[in-house]
Design a protein around this ligand. Structure first.
Ligand code: ZN
Length: 117
């Protein structure tokens, strides 16, 4: 699997390569844990239960160290965008769309019930 280092986001798995943030090699512990996570993803485009559980389930990544890394390199926060455009190509992350959809639905339902109940 080819690894390309990019300036924004943290890590993304594509069908034929993996993108990692260009600053991750300076943090070997984070780099290795994140690369292992990306390698564990399937090559299937779109939604798979395995990929979804991998993203929301427990992980070996040290989230405190990851958070500090993200604060040093704020462009990593683009990782949380459910869809984005790079050049002329539109990308989306199905798992993030589900997570954001769930959060927005939960906020909408609580707003609705707090007004009408
Ligand atoms: Zn993932």
């Amino acid at each position: 699997m080819e690894v390309r280092y990019v300036s924004s986001g943290i890590a993304n798995r594509f069908e034929n390569h993996i993108e990692l943030n260009e600053h991750l090699p300076e943090y070997p512990e984070l780099h290795d844990a994140i690369l292992k996570h990306e390698l564990a993803h399937t090559d299937t485009p779109g939604f798979t239960k395995k990929d979804f559980l991998l993203d929301i389930g427990p992980s070996r990544v040290n989230y405190w160290k990851l958070f500090k890394f993200m604060c040093i390199y704020p462009k990593t926060f683009m990782q949380f965008l459910p869809f984005y455009k790079k050049g002329n190509t539109f990308f989306y992350d199905i798992n993030l769309c589900i997570v954001w959809g769930t959060i927005i639905t939960a906020i909408g339902l609580s707003a609705f019930f707090s007004m009408y109940l």
